[in-house]
Design a protein around this ligand. Sequence first.
Ligand code: GLU
Length: 464
Amino acid sequence: MNIVTRFAPSPTGSLHIGGIRTALFSWAYAKKNKGKFILRIEDTDLERSTPEAVEIIKNGMKWLKLDHDGDIIFQTQRFDRYKELIQALLDQGDAYYCYTSKAELEQLRELQVNQGVKPKYDGRWRPEDNKKLPGIPNNVQPVIRFKTPSNGEIHWKDLVKGEVVIKNEELDDLIIARSDGTPTYNFCVVVDDSDMKVTHVIRGDDHINNTPRQINLLKALGAPIPQYAHLSMILASDGQKLSKRHGAASVMQYRDDGYLPEAVINYLARLGWSHGDNEIFSQEQLIEWFDFDHVSSSAAQFDQEKLEWINSYYIKNKPVGELADLIKHRLLDMGVERLDTDILNNAIKLYQDREKNLNVFAGDILFFFKWSEPSEELKNKYLDEKPQKLIKVFISKIEKINWTNDDINKFMKEFVKEQEIKFPEIAMPLRTIIAGTDNTPSIGSIIFILGIDEVKKRISVILE
Ligand code: GLU
């Protein structure tokens, strides 16, 4: 069998991480089986769909390297096809016109609620043998309803949820075309899944109620029934439904917040799926290992700390040049005017092991390119008379040594011995002046990277 999966977002807002995880699992499953992964934009809700939201989807998929096969499909370009099949269902007696007005439906609903029964269309326009239908009113534009089988049940073996059984009597006669003739959501999905030969429908479990309806429609169209995998929700770390309130819920926000795409992918893959104890894996490994047996059927909980831990792993292991490209524009945004490539690369190498976020990373190495005087608090803490004197001696000596990283660090150790001080007694004041902070990696290496002229310049501003 040729596996075909699809990601079918509605372009009505931002691309959420739940949506991206759905895309990721669909993508991984198709790749694993050397199948096809389709991107289908479900834009039939003309009022809520926007071109900006389509761009967000495209950018998000591109950023995360979730490449789809073939062109993007837009449902709005397939209206003729939906109409054709609505007509086919009418012709074969599986659909019918319903002239019930909105007011009548409302009345019916009220009545049912008062009687304590579940509100449901009562089938008054549904043609049956020996049934007399009402006279057609002339002021109502009809909708078209699907004639849901009145008995029997729908069951499928969900790849995540297991066996699911729904009785047909619980289902309404679904509207498949509105009174203006436009097809409705469930119908378009079914036609597309069938035309695109989708073998595996992988989507959020908020769609599980649509599945029996869609299966009935597929049967009426004589189409094969795909396999279904309904993925559980992602909850926020507080156990609530994930929403904007929880910060970065939209995918591109993660890029802007300093995360690497490979970290986001790795993190999301582990959210609700596992492969033994493996926490870190590449996209290739995900493709190799992915299966539905290890997708959890209960909700997953977002864990910010873990995302950061995974991000730090990828930062640590990323080639310096690639990190430089990602950090450059962040530094420019922070007001850096001139970026020396050597300094940038060396600073990245020096800091890479301790960073867990690209924005913080840029902030930590900003002082290499844009220096500002240390705070009064730091000055008071580290720069009284004794260290000032020490620094002057330090500078007069370091000027004369061979300018390599090793030699500078060696010199620092000798200096400490010779002056009979502890290392922090010279390192902290130097950090304070040169970096504007008392928390940096090797100050010797920082001095090496900046060069003697720049170091002297900064020291002279502070010590006059
Ligand atoms: N368009 C639907 C959504 O964005 C997905 C439909 C589906 O995957 O079947 O929620």
